[in-house]
Design a protein around this ligand. Structure first.
Ligand SMILES: Cc1ncc(COP(=O)(O)O)c(C=O)c1O
Length: 478
């Protein structure tokens, strides 16, 4: 189309009608829903409606709670899929950010070295075991995982670039990570990177036979605990066997710690539990102090130097424009110090064990509802029995009218009623609709854990028929 087709004076208004920051703060739920539907994601609004989450306007957030415009204090056991480790608006992180702003520190540092990026990389290298010393900074988990896959591929070279990944893996939605994210829904008809082999998660024999039969396999990528898969763990013997197998065949092991890392399981990295060290790992989510977008890929020095260690190769991947952005770096630096000074890792281990113990007691009281309780620290899954076959006929019919996502699964009903009746928020799970995920901030106290468990127990005591009718009455028809 030629430019002559447009009268630019007509199509570009003199001044677009923009909302101000104050206008944004003042938007009510009705208008937010309109704007979400018009400009962000209409389908997402549909899911929020199903759960009754579309009626909430959060005005502020502090520690374990969201505070709504009508004064409700919602206990956050969702934790942004692991991005709220420090709680909402941790005062030390707010103070560090304020000092940084008051001193007019610079954010963007592409031309000169950034003292903030340098210090953050130093801290991560100090924390990471072995010679996991070389850091790439980015802004999202997908970006860190892309960097992880690329550094491994670049180090291995083109003849060993095939990647082993796991069934039910979630590593991100960018094209490279999507290729090893095991979801038909997310992968759709996209053209994926096809040099990959899928194995069952935690199956060492499957990995061994894949590696032994295909010399082009040079990389294994695994979440240390599968989050989207429904909080799935593999035993220490698997990880130790994997390390030995990779060493024997010169295969690089990439550990995705985006969700399970940063202290959530009671260790800084979940893999530390098993006494083995991967070749490459990735962090994101809470790394920015639960206040900013910050992600890191950390590689063993030898691997990194082979990939990007020379002037000729230094710029192949990175630096990323926002990877070393000032305020995000200092939020991360302050966050890492808080993690140790406030013993948040120890807290996750102790209070996580208490959470799991209480949930197992609740399971014992509601054996027809709960199938399994599993996880480590503050990365916990509760799996419900599929109840689609056991519902009374009338209710089965009503439930069948609901969206596909809710059929047969108690999670949606339980999550919706926990919010509606107990001001408590939980998360759902990508690939297993019968699992709710509990990933509270690492600052959660015994009282927070008990409050959550009391609410959960009380709700389950209603029994399945009443949970479904309460949902239909209180959430679905509103
Ligand atoms: C294990 C894992 N890897 C990677 C990602 C991608 O992170 P992001 O959404 O920040 O791109 C996620 C996000 O949930 C994740 O859980």
């Amino acid at each position: 189309m030629s430019m002559a087709a447009y009268d630019l004076t007509e199509t570009i208004p003199a001044r677009p009608k923009l909302l101000s920051v104050e206008d944004a703060k003042a938007l009510d739920v009705r208008r937010m829903k309109e704007l979400f539907s018009a400009h962000l994601n209409p389908g997402q609004v549909h899911f929020l409606k199903l759960l009754g989450f579309d009626k909430i306007k959060v005005e502020s957030a502090r520690g374990m709670h969201y505070i709504t415009d009508d004064g409700r204090r919602i206990l956050d056991f969702f934790g942004g899929f692991g991005s709220v480790a420090f709680g909402h608006n941790h005062p030390r992180i707010l103070a560090a950010r304020k000092r940084f702003a008051d001193e007019n520190r610079h954010e963007i540092c592409m031309a000169f070295m950034s003292q903030y990026a340098a210090a953050l990389a130093h801290n991560l290298a100090q924390i990471a075991p072995g010679d996991l010393d070389m850091v790439f900074l980015g802004s999202s988990g997908s970006e860190a995982m892309e960097a992880a896959i690329k550094v491994a591929e670049q180090a291995q070279g083109p003849t060993r670039s095939k990647v082993i990944y796991a069934a039910n893996a979630f590593h991100g939605k960018t094209k490279g990570t999507l290729s090893i994210t095991d979801s038909v829904l997310y992968q759709q008809q996209f053209a994926l990177v096809d040099n990959r082999v899928k194995v069952p998660f935690g199956d060492l024999n499957a990995i061994r036979s894949a590696i032994e039969s295909d010399p082009s396999i040079g990389i294994v990528v695994l979440e240390t605990i599968q989050g989207g898969g429904g909080i799935i763990e593999a035993p220490a013997s698997f990880w130790q066997g994997l390390r030995a197998l990779c060493d024997k065949h010169g295969v690089l092991w990439v550990a995705d710690e985006v969700q399970c890392g940063l202290g959530r399981t009671g260790r800084f990295f979940a893999f530390e539990e098993f006494g083995v060290i991967p070749d490459v790992t990735a962090l994101a989510k809470s790394l920015g102090g639960s206040k900013s977008a910050m992600a890191a890929m950390i590689a063993r020095r030898e691997v990194y130097m082979k990939a990007y260690g020379k002037p000729k190769t230094a710029l192949i991947h990175g630096p990323a424009t926002f990877g070393g952005i000032g305020e995000a770096c200092i939020s991360a630096i302050e966050g890492l110090n808080i993690l140790y000074e406030e013993d948040l890792i120890g807290n996750a281990e102790r209070e996580g064990a208490h959470l799991i113990k209480r949930l197992k007691d609740i399971k014992a009281r509601h054996p027809t509802l709960i199938k399994d309780v599993r996880g480590k620290g503050f990365m916990v899954g509760v799996e419900f029995n599929d109840f689609s076959e056991t519902l009374p006929f009338g209710l089965k019919h009503m439930v069948a009218l609901l969206d596909d996502k809710l059929k047969g699964s108690l999670c949606g009903f339980v999550g919706a009623l926990l919010l509606k009746d107990y001001d408590t928020l939980v998360a759902f799970t990508e690939y297993n609709r019968n699992v709710i995920r509990l990933e509270p901030p690492l600052v959660a106290t015994r009282a927070d854990v008990d409050r959550f468990c009391d609410a959960f127990d009380d709700l389950l005591s209603r029994g399945v028929a009443r949970i479904v009718t309460d949902y239909l009455r209180k959430v679905a028809v509103k």
